[in-house]
Design a binder for this molecule. Structure first.
Ligand code: K7E
Ligand code: RUQ
Ligand code: CUA
Length: 649
């Protein structure tokens, strides 16, 4: 660390903080549109027009809201254990949270991306990235379950993720932290960064039918920080664009040392070229360890497999895969417009928005107009790839979404506003304040070829005085704007679960009818399913006791269990016998250190309990399911180890 940098760092930090706390946007009074109530009113019993899948940030979960009402419809457990659903507590779901580092019941679910076909949202799956221990999750949009979680090796801080190519050929993930590759000796001095640390981009293929993910290949890139990315589309299909900061490759005092250059890069990756190299056998097999967790709908059980190999292509050694396009000051967002021609970078510290041109980039590449190399990767000239700059748009541009009518909407963290601008002439058309410090914003389909630009939703970092005070912590806030006219109109504030980053809103008509109502119990292949109360039983195998329990309004069977001893491993396999929509049963037992189970109709869920003390323990259904719900209960008697009490139920 150079000492001379310290005052500069402090000054910068102070400036940014000042802004976050004092930049209360102007024209607060007329921000809310007069007919807001009408525009967001969805009468009781009526459905919303959009589902909004919102990242939960450090809550690790994904939440689903209805728009325009802002109703919270569901929280889907993904990267964190969830007591409500028993996710991460039931034996069936525990393997979902396995990693090569063991069971990790928390992550930072950062960005959401919907699957696409022909560059349009197809309503099959949404993907979320675990930012901390690099993972990608796939959520099924008929069951709203986390169907798959894939860990990424050679990676750390999986931030530039999980963005999809036009036909979801790949979900792409770039590492935010460069690290020594997993198969290298990691015990190296941190100041050997430039020598030992590398960046990685993972191309995860997605099976068209099953959705199953697989790391098709990884690209080895210089030790820079990848921040965000988006796929090319239309003419730029086959390319992927990444914002990069810290091209200085600093490893201390990043806020200064990684912000020295006037320009960092947007890296363009030609993944079709990478595929060619792969076919020519230019990939190098590398031994690594990463978990691949799949939930099987038939057995209703997740399995975790530790995979041991990835194929790596070196983008610094194989020409034609990577190019660097200069982009002002620490770019954050990296967004491609619906035509696929314009690439918008957002320099967090820049006072302008650069718009790069794909066709100009191709010209420069085809004419080999390079301005030297960066770690062997050709660098293009800013002037050669620049379409133009939006001048003085606001402070701290972060992310851009598109309306498909030639306009772009950019979020400004520091000046707390959304700015609408025209792509063709780069003129600012409108600005609307956000409360406060907006991060991402999203328009339904706003990062696809076909946006449905009825609304833009702001996801804000700071809530302050917008809600009734609830102690030092306030819920983060989302704000809904009507953008069907020329001017943006704020029509609703609604709180979010955890810290929202990116989100994807999907037209309800596309997915609502395929939403599963219950599981067919006859198709339930869980090894421990009990179908019908006569099949309820208790089986002892050594010190393991398996309780095959049935739940139906309003009875748990068996409801009296004896002959179980301290130190036994007791497995309550509870099968919900109902075959009707929205009739779950719950299950909890006194003193069991795990959470409850919540069992959907036709489903089996297992709670493991190792009793430690002699006694009588009641258990009961936790979900108020009928007038006789309180009667849905029972007792288990725990006897001392070695007791002669016979097994009875
Ligand atoms: Cu801008 Cu981590 Cu996508 Cu949040 S990131 S804001
Ligand atoms: S019971 S409806 Cu516990 Cu009165 Cu709740
Ligand atoms: Cu079943 Cu309450």
């Amino acid at each position: 660390m150079k000492l001379s940098n310290v005052p500069a760092a402090l000054a910068l930090a102070a400036a940014l903080m000042l802004c976050a706390y004092s930049c209360k946007p102007k024209n607060t009074a007329n921000a809310v549109s007069a007919d807001a109530a009408q525009k967001t009113y969805v009468p009781p019993g009526k459905y919303d027009e959009f589902y909004d899948f919102v990242s939960g940030g450090f809550s690790g979960q994904m939440s689903v809201y209805g728009l325009p009402s802002g109703r919270l419809l569901r929280v889907i457990p993904v990267f964190s254990v969830d007591p409500q659903a028993g996710y991460g507590y039931s034996e069936e779901s525990k393997p979902m949270l396995n990693t090569s580092h063991g069971f990790i019941p928390w992550d930072d679910l950062h960005h959401i991306e919907a699957s696409q076909t022909n560059g349009e949202i197809d309503g099959r799956w949404v993907f979320g990235n675990g930012n901390n221990t690099p993972r990608i999750a796939r959520i099924d949009l008929s069951t709203y379950n986390t169907a798959e979680i894939l860990e990424l090796p050679n990676s750390a801080g999986n931030h530039s993720s999980p963005f999809a190519t036009e036909n979801t050929e790949y979900i792409v993930a770039g590492t935010r932290f460069s690290v020594p590759p997993d198969n290298a000796d990691g015990d190296v001095p941190i100041d050997s960064y430039k020598k030992n640390f590398l960046g990685t981009i993972s191309f995860v293929s997605v099976d068209k039918n099953s959705g199953n993910m697989k790391i098709a290949f990884q690209l080895k890139i210089p030790g820079i920080n990848l921040d965000l990315s988006h796929a090319g589309k239309g003419p730029s299909h086959g390319w992927f664009f990444f914002s990069c900061y810290n091209t200085e490759q600093a490893h201390t005092l990043l806020e200064v040392n990684a912000s020295q250059r006037d320009k960092d890069f947007i890296m363009a990756i030609n993944w079709k070229k990478a595929e060619e190299y792969l076919q020519q056998g230019k990939g190098v097999k590398q031994q690594v360890k990463y978990a691949h967790n799949v939930y099987d709908e038939k057995t209703q059980t997740a399995t975790s497999t530790i995979e041991t190999e990835v194929t790596v292509l070196d983008a610094m050694a194989l020409p034609g895969i990577a190019y660097m396009m200069p982009c002002p000051k620490s770019p954050h967002g990296c967004d491609v417009d619906p035509t696929g021609e314009y690439i918008v970078g957002s320099g967090k510290l820049a006072a302008l928005i650069p718009v790069l041109s794909f066709s100009k980039m191709m010209n420069a590449i085809n004419n080999k107009k390079f301005d030297g190399t960066y770690e062997n990767i050709p660098v293009l000239k800013y002037e050669d790839v620049l379409y133009g700059e939006v001048q003085k748009p606001g402070l701290g541009p972060l992310h851009t979404e598109f309306d498909g009518k030639g306009n772009a909407y950019t979020s400004f963290f520091i000046s707390s506003e959304i700015v609408k601008w025209n792509i063709k002439d780069l003129k600012v058309l409108d600005r609307a304040p956000t409360y406060y410090s907006i991060g991402h914003l999203s328009i339904p389909g706003g990062d696809t070829k076909k946006p449905n630009a009825k609304y833009v939703i702001a996801y804000n970092k700071i809530t302050k005085d917008r809600y009734l005070p609830t102690g030092p912590e306030l819920a983060q806030s989302a704000q809904l704007y009507d953008i069907s006219g020329d001017k943006m109109q704020l029509i609703l504030d609604f709180p979010t679960i955890g810290e929202p980053h990116y989100a994807q809103a999907i037209e309800a008509s596309l997915i609502k009818d395929k939403s599963k109502k219950f599981y067919d119990i006859m198709q339930n292949e869980n090894t421990y399913a009990a179908k019908g109360e006569p099949n309820a039983k208790v089986v002892r195998e050594g010190n393991k006791v398996h309780v095959y329990m049935t739940a139906i309004r309003s009875h748990l069977a068996p409801d009296n269990i004896e002959g179980v001893q301290v130190g036994d491993e007791v497995y309550f396999h509870v099968t919900n016998q109902e075959q009707d929509w929205d009739i779950p049963h719950g299950f909890a037992i006194k003193a069991a250190s795990t959470a409850e189970l919540l069992i959907m109709p036709g489903e089996t869920r297992t709670l493991k309990w190792v009793p430690e003390k002699v006694g009588i323990y009641p258990f009961y259904c936790t979900d108020f399911c009928s007038a006789l719900h309180q009667e849905m209960s029972g007792y288990i008697r725990i006897s001392p180890k070695g007791s002669k009490v016979p097994l009875a139920f």
